[in-house]
Design a binder for this molecule. Structure first.
Ligand SMILES: C[S@@+](CC[C@H](N)C(=O)[O-])C[C@H]1O[C@@H](n2cnc3c(N)ncnc32)[C@H](O)[C@@H]1O
Length: 222
């Protein structure tokens, strides 16, 4: 499924103070160098910080207030689909998606944070779901084959500083099959994302169902 392409999220890092005699946990930001999202995802400090947000992501209150199956029904997934979930976090949408596409389907759940990836793998094991591949990776460079997925889910992940639309949308367009679907769930506000997606020209035919914006991949070359 994966090819050897390799591009990284690149932001210039400010200089950071060193620690005496220790190798600092810079979370992927080296002085004067570029942020490596995948390296950040392995940082102990970053994982500790993200663990707190992870508790909110998988709280019972969230499940009670926002039934993930109801939201996912807006994505138009079908049994047997190959689906890419960008930024799976602790798996709020991962397990219901896996059940929705069934044993003949294949879900690729992607997140750079090692703590989240481990947590989702544990949940899948407990639930006995075997149709999911959890990958610790930057979704700006999925390294998936061209035209290899039926649907890409951006659920609760945009806007996000490490997922700029100008790089994420071309990557989603590349991995989606010609008739593929991009499904976007934005909460609590849209931040102009739906219009930015249409403006990109990479996706078309916007519809909205159960709070999910759904697009068809357009035929244009980015
Ligand atoms: C607000 S959380 C949402 C998690 C999950 N979708 C949910 O709704 O519970 C955003 C997620 O995006 C992930 N993320 C951030 N940058 C990413 C990137 N470049 N590639 C893939 N995932 C990323 C974060 O690690 C985090 O798990």
């Amino acid at each position: 499924m994966c090819s050897d392409r390799c591009r990284r999220t690149e932001f210039v890092a400010p200089p950071s103070p060193g620690l005496r005699g220790e190798t600092p946990d810079t979370g992927g930001m080296e002085p004067g160098m570029k942020l490596d999202t995948e390296k950040l995802g392995n940082s102990r400090i970053a994982n500790l910080i993200f663990k707190l947000s992870g508790m909110t992501m998988e709280s019972r209150l969230r499940n009670w207030l926002f039934d993930p199956r109801k939201t996912l029904a807006g994505a138009g997934l079908r049994p047997g689909d190959t689906v890419l979930e960008v930024g799976c976090g602790t798996g709020f949408f991962t397990l219901p998606t896996a059940r929705m596409i069934g044993e003949t389907g294949h879900l690729i759940a992607m997140d750079p944070m090692s703590g989240f990836v481990d947590r989702v793998k544990e949940k899948l094991r407990e639930a006995g779901l075997a149709n999911v591949e959890v990958i610790r990776r930057d979704a700006l460079n999925t390294r998936l084959d061209d035209a290899s997925v039926d649907a890409a889910l951006l659920f609760g992940v945009v806007p996000y500083p490490t997922l700029p639309l100008d790089r994420l949308l071309p990557e989603m367009h590349r991995v989606l099959r010609p008739q593929g679907t991009l499904a976007v769930w934005l909460f609590p506000v849209t931040f102009g994302v739906p219009s930015a997606i249409l403006r990109s020209g990479l996706f078309t035919d916007q519809i909205k169902k159960n709070g999910v914006y759904r697009y068809r991949r357009s035929g244009v070359t980015p």
